[in-house]
Design a protein around this ligand. Sequence first.
Ligand code: SER
Length: 406
Amino acid sequence: MTLMNSAELRQKFLDFFEKNGHAVIPSASLIPKDSTVLFTTAGMQPLIPFLLGEKHPEGKRLVNIQKCFRSNDIDEVGDDTHNTFFQMLGNWSLGDYWKKESIGWSFEFLTKELEIPLERLAVSCFIGDENAPKDEESAEIWASLGVKKERIAFLPKEDNWWGPVGESGPCGPDTEIFYWKATSIPVPEKYDPADKNWVEIWNNVFLQYVKTADGKYVLAEQKNVDTGMGFERTLAILNGFENIYETDLFVSVMQLFPGETDERKKRIIADHSRACVFLISDGVIPSNKDQGYVLRRLLRRMMVHMRGIEHDILLPIKKSIEIYKGVYVLDEEKIVAVVKEEAEKFEKTLAGGLKAIEKIDVINGKEAFLLYETYGFPLEVLEEMREVANREQFFEELKKHQHPFS
Ligand code: SER
């Protein structure tokens, strides 16, 4: 495998697809123009109008590295592979090439450009259901490239179908590529989707359908390809790292904390500081609703985890800015000012809040809301420390009240 740092992987990916006729387009904002969803969660999302037939000014083959944010992965952060903010390497065909080219290029990029050994790869394809047939075509293409039958699994919609974003829009069967990450044991002959050593690295979606508002799957007028490869995961794999936090995207933030610091805490701080930098950079300000609440939650969670380790929340924030300064335009002054203001607000009440919950084991949703109102503990941060019963009550109260922290 080719050892490379983040800058090299970025360049290699863009160059490869550019060489194959794709126009390089910039990353869109983390905050979608279409307000039906809070964040940009995948590279295809900002392209939806073009996937639905609008003409893209750069043509029919596009490539980029898209900033993404997935708030539903917050609880997974701290394991080896999940992030809230992450970057997705993606290439698209807008009514142009189809499965053969798409799978062929993914295969070539992984095995030739990145020199990932074929014996460490496995794939999955859609098994078929009442909405769409079994994807034999993708499986045959994989087989023709040398992927053994035992390494090709057919799986149902939960695994091998992507989209739409939100309730309706482009979607379709996908074929996913997995990498065997364990180093200590021989790679098994057969791909077992349940074995966590197989990590998903790339997802090629064949956007052949549109899900309508009334839940039907209709054939799309234009057949598109949408692929997404996890930048952080791929970088870790190429360097033989067990986890993404050892890569150059995180290591200098991780090193801010003493060696004996709890690993999960360090990872949460490293993930969240980077996410906060990019959310603020794209215009989010801490508040009690929507994107602002998510940002508040990340910043306050960081502060709770940093207690007793490192007092200054600006340290990991500034380090994260430093890592990305050459890649994205980041207004350091503005980002620091927003974080500082929020940190000062929470700092005033944090110690009191921790004291207030000291002797309580279970809190109900209403009390949780009072703790948020009085001490500024976001529900999810509180839940990490105490059991919260009837959590829906928290949101009912939140809706009812005009919030002092907003
Ligand atoms: N949209 C697909 C995903 O998010 C592929 O880019 O995985």
